[in-house]
Design a protein around this ligand. Sequence first.
Ligand SMILES: CC(C)(COP(=O)(O)OP(=O)(O)OC[C@H]1O[C@@H](n2cnc3c(N)ncnc32)[C@H](O)[C@@H]1OP(=O)(O)O)[C@@H](O)C(=O)NCCC(=O)NCCS
Length: 177
Amino acid sequence: MAAFPQERFSSHGGRTGPALFHDRGLVDRTLTMRGATEEDLPELVRVDREAFPDDPYPYFVLRQLFDLHADQLLVLEDGERLHGYVLFVISPDRYRGWIVSLGVTRDQRGRGLGRRLMLEVLRRLRAESVREVRLTVEPANDAAITLYRSLGFSSDEGVRKDYFGAGEDRLIMTLGL
Ligand SMILES: CC(C)(COP(=O)(O)OP(=O)(O)OC[C@H]1O[C@@H](n2cnc3c(N)ncnc32)[C@H](O)[C@@H]1OP(=O)(O)O)[C@@H](O)C(=O)NCCC(=O)NCCS
């Protein structure tokens, strides 16, 4: 993954409530989805580094993304630590949303957290009458591509060569809302 601005993947300040999730038949009463706060920044950096070990956001980029888009930065927490986050942004004309970053810690993968974060983003975008959502993903990232396809994303635009600079091709995926 490359540097800012990057599609790797509102809260309106409040918690979305105790999080029951039923993906894969699991019910986890301990994970809460909520909007990020400034105090989350060190944990966000940790989760991002774990999710993108080869190319994490520098601290200052996450800081600025938070400053700009805190209401579109959702985290999953267990009361002590963060286990995943998603950042989405809506274009100025409000036609299009972008999933800028999505990451789940290694030990929590495959438990429905990524899907849960994405479903909440899609819900919020629809509520905002956004018409289309886009994201980019490394063409070899099977887990993420499978997740996005299962949510209805298509990749008709295919792979954009050198999208994030030399050798950093990305698959463009879109979903009409
Ligand atoms: C991609 C990522 C966010 C998925 O999060 P997750 O919490 O593990 O995903 P979920 O458990 O919600 O799985 C949702 C779906 O994704 C797909 N999926 C997840 N892991 C997969 C894997 N290892 N292989 C294939 N498909 C996978 C499945 O379709 C799954 O649905 P199912 O549970 O009905 O089979 C996570 O693997 C991650 O953080 N990866 C590193 C960072 C990254 O690549 N982010 C995306 C950048 S574009």
